[in-house]
Structure formats: structure tokens, C-alpha cells
Design a protein around this ligand. Structure first.
Ligand SMILES: [Zn+2]
Length: 309
């Protein structure tokens, strides 16, 4: 499982940073890629990665500001051009209005897609659990931006314990169907009368990962709730230390506020994105340094950077 950042800039693209989009790569887990936001040019960024557009099965949109959605019509159309590959359906989750935006863009431009899009729109009253599969649950909660905007909490379900084959062999269990029984939690008795308790040979289930990906927001308790015990929190940092007032006026956060959220939530790791083009590279190291005084495990991400979870 990893996150690859496709666009880490705020508002408008710069040479170094494209507008918002990131890919949560779940290839080992479910052979899918989930996109979060899709700013203009996202498809160009994807060309610089190993991500195959057909593998993108779900797109989660945080809010309808252009720098988070203008890449959708282009990406969706290009995804259709992989003619020699099987056309797979796509799910889009996002605030009410996302369906009208996508369908209007496709209709006006005469674009016809050879696959289906299923829309899951929500508003203030229909948030909470927005998706549940056998391996993942996704929750959304409203943040505090200038328009309706949500954050997502992706929770991987706990992973089954694994069988300790070496220990079983050492205990004299012959390799074969008995292994399967023990794996299923069944206790067995060997021919020589030895009792084998399944629980002694299966490791404890491993807790699934928690990934929190927020849209644009002022500092708010909803962010903390979404990020409780998260393995990773992706938080915007449109402004730097000392800019709290202007951040508030524009519906955004500073690096310090993002760090406070991570600390209050007990998150393990904080990744800062939505970085303003005003920041030069020395400012970026300062952003990190300042934030680290509040929350140590912090990093300012770059376009195309891949972070393993
Ligand atoms: Zn915005």
C-alpha cells in the first residue's frame, strides 16, 4: 500500500507542483488504485507514474473547487482510450454537484465513455460511512472550508493472522490438509495423540491501516476525529507559521495547525500538501522545521513522491 502524490500545489499549478490529486495505491491489497481529487493535468502526471488508468476504480472528491476537479473530464475520457484493455466501471464519490459537473462536461464535449460511472453524492446530512467493502471502510466528515468540503478516513479491515508453518512442522504435523484445518482455527489430534491447538500456531490478526486524507480546511475538530490513530494524515498546509489569521479568512490551515491536528489525533505520521507557489525551497524546509516543533514525524510532500504505508 502506498500513496503517490500527483499534485501538491495550492490553487493553481506551478512548474514544480501541479494542482491537487493523489493516488492511494492498493495494488497488493485489492489490485486497485483510488484517486483523491483530480485537479487539471492529473492525467499528465499519471503518465509519469506506473499507474494504469484502468486500475483507477474509485475517485473521491473533497470539494468542488476547480483546482480539485477540473482534471476529471480529461482523465475520464483518456481512461476510455485504452481500447485493447477491458473497460471497467468507475465509482465517483463527492459532494452534491459532482455528477452534474462530470455529465455536463462529457455531454457538451460530445464525449461518450465505453464504461459506466456510478456516482455517490453526499451533502451535510448524508455523511458518515460512504463505502464498505470486505477489506475497507471509508468515512467522510464535513470540514470547514469556504464551500462544502469533506475529509476521508480510509480504514483497512484487520488482516487475518498467518499460519506458522515451521512451528507446525516442528510439532510433527505433516504438511497437507491438516494445515488447512488448523488455519481455519480447528484444533486437531495427531495419530500419536498429540493435541494441536490452532491458536498456538496462528499469529494474532494484524490491525488494518488507517489513512486520513483531508480536503481544504481551517483547523477544525472534524479533522481530528477523522485522523484519530491514523497511520498517516495528509493535511493541507496552504500557509505557514504566523499566517493563522489570513489562513482563517481564506478557509485554509497553516503548517502549525496541521501539526496540532496530527498531535491531537494521535496520528503516527503527517504529510503536508496543498503548498502555495509562494514558498521557495528554503521556505519548505522551514515549514517542516516549524511544524516538527509540534508534531515530529512530519514531511512536506512533492509531486510524484511515493510514500509507503
Ligand atoms: Zn478549495
Amino acid at each position: 500500500m502506498d500513496i503517490q502524490f500527483l499534485g501538491t500545489g495550492a490553487g493553481q499549478p506551478s512548474k514544480a507542483r501541479n494542482v491537487s490529486s493523489l493516488a492511494l495505491k492498493l495494488l497488493d491489497e485489492i489490485n486497485e488504485v483510488w484517486l483523491f481529487d483530480c485537479g487539471e493535468g492529473t492525467q499528465n502526471r499519471i503518465l509519469e507514474t506506473t499507474i494504469r488508468p484502468r486500475k483507477v476504480s474509485k475517485i473521491f472528491i473533497t470539494h468542488l473547487h476547480g483546482d480539485h476537479i477540473f482534471g476529471l473530464p480529461g482523465f475520464l475520457s483518456s481512461r476510455a482510450f485504452q481500447a485493447n484493455e477491458e473497460q471497467t466501471d468507475l465509482e465517483i464519490y463527492g459532494p452534491q454537484g459532482i455528477k452534474a459537473f462530470v455529465l455536463t462536461s462529457l455531454r457538451v464535449s460530445g464525449s461518450r465513455l465505453p464504461y459506466r460511472i456510478h456516482f455517490h453524492e453526499f451533502d451535510q446530512d448524508s455523511l458518515g460511512k460512504v463505502l464498505e467493502t470486505d477489506k475497507f471502510t471509508v468515512y467522510a466528515e464535513e470540514l470547514d472550508h469556504t464551500i462544502f468540503c469533506v475529509g476521508y478516513r480510509v480504514m483497512q479491515k484487520d488482516l487475518e493472522g498467518t499460519l506458522d508453518a515451521e512451528k507446525l512442522k516442528a510439532a510433527g504435523v505433516p504438511f497437507g490438509p491438516l494445515f488447512g484445518k488448523i488455519k481455519n482455527g480447528q484444533d486437531i489430534v495427531l495419530d500419536d495423540g498429540t493435541e494441536i491447538k490452532a491458536a498456538d500456531y496462528i499469529s494474532a490478526p494484524r490491525p488494518g491501516k488507517i489513512i486520513t486524507i483531508l480536503g481544504d480546511t481551517r483547523k477544525t475538530n472534524a479533522s481530528v476525529r477523522l485522523a484519530v490513530n491514523a497511520d498517516v494524515l495528509v493535511h493541507e498546509s496552504t500557509y505557514g507559521k504566523g499566517d493563522e489569521k489570513i489562513a482563517r479568512n481564506h478557509g485554509h490551515s497553516t503548517n502549525m495547525q496541521a501539526a496540532q491536528v496530527a498531535a491531537e489525533a494521535g496520528a503516527k505520521r503527517l504529510l503536508l500538501n496543498h503548498i502555495s507557489a509562494r514558498f521557495l525551497s528554503k521556505d519548505i524546509s522551514q515549514l517542516k522545521k516549524d511544524a516538527a516543533t509540534v508534531f515530529e514525524n512530519v514531511h512536506v510532500v512533492k509531486d510524484l513522491e511515493e510514500v509507503e504505508l
